[in-house]
Design a protein around this ligand. Sequence first.
Ligand SMILES: Nc1nc2c(ncn2[C@@H]2O[C@H](COP(=O)(O)OP(=O)(O)OP(=O)(O)O)[C@@H](O)[C@H]2O)c(=O)[nH]1
Ligand SMILES: [Mg+2]
Length: 456
Amino acid sequence: MVEFLGDFNDEIKGNLVRVYNEVARIFSLPKRVIVNLNLVSESEIKKLNKTTRNIDKVTDVLTYPYVNLKAKEKLKLKDYSLDIDPDNNMLTIGDIYICEARANEQSKAYGHSLNREICFLFCHGLLHILGYDHINESDAKTMEELQNKILNNLNITRNTYKCGFVTIVGETNSGKSTLINQLVGEKVAVVSPKSQTTRENIKGIYNDEFTQIVFVDTPGYHKRKTLVDDEMDKQIADAMEDTEIILMLIDANKPLVEQYNKLIKKVSSNAIKILLINKIDEVKYEKLYPQLAELSKIAKVNEILPISALKGRNADVLIEMIKKYLPTFDYEMRYYPTDEYTDKTVREMVAEIVREKALLSLDDEIPHGIQVVVTDFKESEKLIDISADVYCEKENHKAIILGKSGEMIKKISTMARVSIEKFLQKKVNLKLFVKVKANWRNDIKAIENFGLKVSE
Ligand SMILES: Nc1nc2c(ncn2[C@@H]2O[C@H](COP(=O)(O)OP(=O)(O)OP(=O)(O)O)[C@@H](O)[C@H]2O)c(=O)[nH]1
Ligand SMILES: [Mg+2]
């Protein structure tokens, strides 16, 4: 029996009694006990926390056991006969306080009803009364499993929030940046058919009601020649260190087993590994299938999935696969606000768009030495004035970037302006200045001044 002190409707009351009965069944508790259940405001629960636990915080649920039920195996009513209320011959086992505003917020975060959330918190409180806690990780796991078991038995399930880091690695040009843009649904990383397009780790954030996935796009593996290249390697290693899942990307146009063998050597991490065969839109299935069969025999990874990052093929399957491996997470502890989709600033995004257009317009050798820095960004009601310096390494490169009577830079500038206007949803006046900074890719100061990260 549950004594209700808050304003509960009959539907909630019915479910709460079911929760108690299930707990009583599992722990062989007496059927008839008193639990004082109170629905309180944020200020009330804060006050309780302050006075009884010396914690100045609003929490979702607070529990005060009346009897020491810690020795769970000895849980028989007769052991507690002294605590029995002589008026009604029932044992009062404790008080549970649920903060209504908090329960409401959490029910929205989990995407279920307030009724369901209150059942969860009540079950949680009952388990506290029974001596369970979540102070250390293994106790917390035991308590959570038990709570899920009880509520699953009653078909009162809670959607759990999942959150984590997913790092994308692979050779240059395998389509990592295309994939992150596809998965996030926004353009966060620039893409080009040239190698070494991505210079540093970029975060792209996927959010849905029950999930936050922080994807990290890394620079592709290729032969390293300059200091910037060394930095790129360090960034890939960093990204692989703190990640739940690694997406290993290989290209369906090239021999699969060979690419896998090369890539797996660089992935020395305990994280979950998902091997993605990208660009399947370019290859006939008959050609792919025998290689896939061979690959699946030797690959030491958790999953293998053929995809097309460009066309979005299997993108939804990949998201579901990732969710399966992500840890459950406290919604309030998520890494980014749910309306953010990248860690890049607007200025950085604009500079990257200009660099992308330069990569697309220029012949091979020059683009890798290009870096773009936005020097001015002024927004007025109808227009944004943007100036940016386009750095290259040699005078003759500058001449090529400018082009005959400035045609090339004009072309780059127009392409960039169109993309930036689309990105910022506003008219843009873009001014580009081409400058030379000799050998900057081996100059730490210059690399830092260009806003690229340098490891300590
Ligand atoms: N046909 C096809 N092309 C793709 C696919 N994914 C990527 N591409 C193309 O491959 C080229 C390289 O793509 P990126 O996303 O820049 O590759 P990346 O792995 O980020 O390259 P780096 O940044 O240099 O490491 C671009 O021209 C993309 O359009 C795909 O699924 N199908
Ligand atoms: Mg890239």
